[in-house]
Design a binder for this molecule. Structure first.
Ligand code: SF4
Length: 347
């Protein structure tokens, strides 16, 4: 990391003090769970989806119910928080979303954050027994930049959703991607937006330059730049829940992002990389930041996974499919990762 200026150093130290005063040392790992990979908007200029053939039926991109619920079971038992439940508009019917939310709620015993585009009030009401709030994928607040990066995803419908969510006593969260061309002075726009819509949680990601998009050759935002946004928000909003998004090659910035005010880490491909070096690096970074993380990215708890499935009130056929997915896919891969890394460490 480059040497920080005295001003930046002081900003970061101040943010750390405010964070520790309000949240102590404990942080979380968050897993966003996707129910499909398709998107009916599909043209946000930073997004992988914009490189996909136009007109793909979102229904063809949905995951199986057993795969989704197996991931919830895994996340819960590894001590991960659920960042949000998300997926493409049109992939599932409202009945199917409601039924998935109900099952996920039974697994996690906690209401979820839901991110499925701007929802109309009747749907907010319908899902409200199972959700604590809604996430608006706002991405950036600068109006000019927003038009460029999200040409078909205006902010207004999200703003309407936030107001209606409040009427139903649901919380509101937003996303912000550092590195797409925002200016530091845009922080004031973000602060005003947070105040106006009573945002209680923000996901601060760093741009991931996707092949085939206008950002393909863009530089990734530095750790210091991502930290600057988090620190500013921590100081302005001492109680705001701030999540920092990383990537498999950005473990080395975790300590900094946590020490300037992030409450949780996300966007790490945790089921694929569980137990691997990148996961170990993240846990080491958490220690460097003098934080303790709920849950684990490297240690599998010794529990009866089938029993976790058995206790759910789902039909037997679905339970058998979940067990199969859990044991023969997720846990199998995780155990292989752990075995490989211990062999490397012995050598
Ligand atoms: S950012 Fe979201 S809405 Fe935009 S194309 Fe990607 S998945 Fe669709």
């Amino acid at each position: 990391m480059p040497i920080l200026t005295a001003e930046t150093k002081s900003l970061f130290e101040n943010a750390n003090k405010i964070h520790e005063k309000n949240f102590g040392k404990e942080i979380a790992f968050e897993r966003a769970i996707f129910f499909s990979w398709g998107c009916s908007i599909g043209d946000c200029t930073f997004c992988y989806m914009s490189t996909q053939p136009y007109g793909k039926n979102p229904q063809e991109t949905k995951r199986t119910t057993e795969s989704i619920l197996a991931e919830f079971i895994l996340a819960k038992n590894l001590g991960w928080d659920i960042g949000f439940f998300t997926g493409g508009i049109g992939a599932f019917t409202p009945e199917e979303i409601e039924s998935l939310l109900k099952a996920a709620y039974e697994i996690t015993q906690e209401k979820l954050w839901l991110s499925v585009g701007p929802l109309a009030k009747p749907f907010l009401k319908r899902y409200s027994p199972y959700i604590k709030g809604v996430v608006g994928s706002t991405e950036t607040i600068n109006p000019e930049l927003h038009k460029i990066v999200c040409p078909s995803k205006p902010l207004a419908p999200y703003e309407k959703m936030f107001l209606e969510a409040k009427e139903l006593e649901l919380d509101c969260a937003m996303t912000f991607i550092v590195g797409m061309g925002e200016k530091r002075e845009d922080i004031e726009l973000v602060k005003d937006f947070i105040k106006k819509y009573q945002i209680t949680k923000i996901h601060v990601y760093g741009l991931i330059p996707q092949k085939g998009t206008m950002f393909e050759h863009a530089a990734i935002p530095s750790a210091e730049e991502q930290a600057w946004w988090i620190a500013q928000l921590r100081i302005a909003f001492p109680k705001l829940d701030i999540q920092c998004g990383i990537w498999e090659n950005r473990a080395d910035r975790v300590a900094l992002l946590l020490s300037v005010g992030a409450n949780s880490i996300s966007k790490f491909q945790a089921t694929k990389l569980f137990g691997k070096k990148q996961a170990q690096d993240i846990e080491a970074q958490v220690k460097t930041a003098r934080r303790t993380m709920r849950g684990s990215l490297t240690k599998l708890p010794s529990i009866d996974w089938n029993k976790e499935v058995e206790k759910l009130s789902l039909d037997e056929d679905l339970k058998n499919k979940i067990k199969d997915k859990l044991n023969n896919e997720y846990l199998k891969r995780i155990k292989q990762n752990i075995q490989k890394i211990s062999l490397i460490q012995i050598q």
